[in-house]
Design a protein around this ligand. Sequence first.
Ligand SMILES: [Zn+2]
Length: 285
Amino acid sequence: MNGAERYFALAGERGELGHAFLLEGEDPEVLLKTAGRIAQRILCEKGTACGVCESCRAALSGNHPDIITVTHEKPDTLSVGEIRAQLVDDMEIRPYRSARKIYLVPDAGKMNPQAQNALLKTLEEPPAYGMILLLADNRNRFLPTVLSRVATLRCEEESGGEEKETSGSARLIRLLRRLQTADAAELAKAASELKSDGVSAEETFELLTYLWRDELIVKAGGKTRLRFAEAADMLEDWAEALSWADEDRVFAAIQEGKAKLKANGNPDVALEVFLLELRELLRKA
Ligand SMILES: [Zn+2]
């Protein structure tokens, strides 16, 4: 999470989310990814960007009907026609399935003055469900009338090496892919990283339950309707390696982990124990 995301997480918890923002930063990709994560969190059924709920799955697949990314045809201009059709007029239509409808506007600095003016009324009086995230490299590209109607947030990927994962599920799957070669210290570190990303042990076990349901579908020879289609190759390897008795053991270990958490066990330990058990079964196979 970078600073802008933390802002939205806090404002969301307090129920103080505004309607119009300018995310300012040098890297357009970082801006768009950050805006996508912010939108995912706001629309998440649990308010956490859990990665599990229907809304998060739709957001992660890029097909959320209430997250709209405004596009432009000419490389250097975002025209008034494009702003009207894709944002101003579209916002009149109520959200499809969520409480909010969120517009991401990459290259918003390429709006000419006409396009910016077309946006003013919507910025001033958006419907209660409407939210606009303008993305740009420099706030000086905007008219003062626009700037006075948006909250500007600086947005940079935090340094510290590897790229931040988009969600708990992406992080978990990455961890599981390394499971067979990781040593205990690496597992402990990865488990605590999940938590520092705001994914609780309860949520991790919930993700594991869904993942294991996918694994059983794959084991039974099915491949369609997987919740974690991005992990299908890993699940196929596991399905081949694990016997049905092993499958039962893993399922039991997930249930055991959940029970430990309910009994107020140490969440880090519960997760590590599970990961070590799964690793043993995979290595033995
Ligand atoms: Zn969610």
